[in-house]
Design a protein around this ligand. Structure first.
Ligand SMILES: [Zn+2]
Length: 315
C-alpha cells in the first residue's frame, strides 16, 4: 500500500489520515496552506508523526504552524494538542470557550476519558499534555480568524455532541470543519470509498438529540458546499451529511423512546446493533459490525446518560 501523507480536498486544503489507534480512514486532520499555515484537529498524541509527515509533504514542519484549531476536547480530536503545541512554538491554539480550560489543565479531561476508556486510555491516545494559557485563544460564537489572502475561518458554537464543540466555516471552500457534529462518515477498509455510511456520534456525557438537531439546523442554513468531517474526510454535497446525521438521530430517538426508564447501556447497545446491522444490510459487503464496535459502545453510553439526565430533569 502506498502511504500518501496528504490528500488535497480543496483550495490550499489538505487532509491527513491520523491513523487513530492504528486505524486508517478513521480520523482526519486538515492543513490549510498559505501565509498563516493552519492545522485543524491534532488527533491524539499518538497521531503526532502522521501530522508531522503530512506537514513535511507540503514543505512545512510543525515549527511553521501559526494556528492550531480544535473543534472540541475529546481525545481523538485534541488529545495531542499539548504535544503539537510543544513542537509548534509559534502557533496559537484556538478553541471554544468551554474547551480552553480543559486544554490548559487536562486533569478533568483525563479523568473523564479514563471513566470511558479505562485502562486502554494510554494505548489508544498517548499522553495528554497541558497547553500554556498564554498560547490559547478563546473563539466565541461568530468570531473570525483571518489567515491572509482573503481566507477566513468563522467559529460557531455547536453543542449537541459536546457542550464545548465549535464548527468552523471556511469562506474559500464554503466548507464546514464539523468535528463530531455532522455525523461520522464511515469508509470501510477493504470495501473502498464507494460504500459510504453515515451515522451520528452520540458519546457521553453531553449528547442531546434535540440540541444536536438545533445545531444541525443552524449549520445547514449556512448552505455549505462540503462538510469536512474529522471521521472521515469530506462529504459533498454537504446535504448528504446532514441527511445521514438526521436520519441516524431519528433512529436513536426511536430507540430511546422504546427503552424503559431504567434501561442499561447494554440494552441500548443491543438495540443500536440490531438497527445498524439491519440498516447496513445490502449496503456493504460487511457481515459484521466490527468497524463500528467502539462507536456502538460509546453511542449507547451517551444515549443512556442522556435518557437518565432527561428523566431526572437535568437537561
Ligand atoms: Zn471524534
Amino acid at each position: 500500500m502506498v502511504n500518501i501523507a496528504v490528500t488535497e480536498v480543496g483550495e490550499d486544503l489538505f487532509l491527513v489520515d491520523l491513523h487513530e489507534a492504528g486505524r486508517p480512514f478513521r480520523s482526519s486532520a486538515y492543513i490549510i496552506r498559505g501565509p498563516e499555515p493552519t492545522l485543524i484537529e491534532t488527533g491524539s498524541s499518538n497521531c503526532f508523526t502522521y501530522v508531522a509527515d503530512g506537514l513535511k509533504t507540503l514543505g512545512y514542519a510543525p515549527v511553521d504552524l501559526k494556528h492550531i484549531v480544535v473543534t472540541h476536547v475529546h481525545l481523538d480530536h485534541a488529545g495531542g494538542a499539548g504535544r503539537m503545541m510543544e513542537a509548534a512554538p509559534y502557533a496559537v491554539l484556538h478553541a471554544n470557550r468551554r474547551a480552553t480550560p480543559h486544554l490548559i489543565d487536562p486533569t478533568r479531561l483525563e479523568a473523564g476519558s479514563r471513566a470511558v476508556y479505562g485502562s486502554a486510555l494510554e494505548s489508544l491516545f498517548g499522553a495528554i499534555l497541558p497547553v500554556p494559557h498564554d498560547r490559547v485563544q478563546v473563539q466565541e460564537d461568530g468570531s473570525i480568524l483571518e489567515l491572509g489572502n482573503g481566507r477566513r475561518l468563522t467559529f460557531y458554537d455547536t453543542p449537541g455532541h459536546a457542550k464545548h464543540h465549535s464548527c468552523i466555516w471556511d469562506n474559500v471552500t464554503r466548507g464546514i470543519f464539523s468535528g463530531d457534529m455532522v455525523g461520522i462518515r464511515y469508509r470501510f477498509e477493504g470495501v473502498g470509498d464507494n460504500v459510504i455510511y453515515g451515522f451520528p456520534t452520540t458519546s457521553p456525557p453531553d449528547f442531546d438529540p434535540e440540541v444536536m438537531l438545533a445545531s444541525l439546523d443552524r449549520l445547514q442554513a449556512m448552505n455549505p458546499n462540503v462538510i469536512y468531517h474529522t471521521h472521515f474526510g469530506p462529504t459533498a454535497p454537504a446535504s448528504e451529511a446532514f441527511a445521514f446525521t438526521r436520519r441516524g438521530i431519528f433512529a436513536i430517538q426511536q430507540i430511546l423512546d422504546r427503552l424503559p426508564d431504567d434501561a442499561t447501556a447494554q440494552m441500548a447497545e443491543e438495540e443500536l446493533r440490531a438497527y445498524l446491522s439491519k440498516d447496513l444490510e445490502g449496503r456493504t459487503h460487511l457481515d459484521d459490525l466490527s468497524d463500528l464496535a467502539l462507536d456502538i459502545y460509546l453511542n449507547a453510553q451517551g444515549m443512556i446518560v442522556y435518557k437518565q439526565k432527561k428523566k431526572a430533569g437535568k437537561l
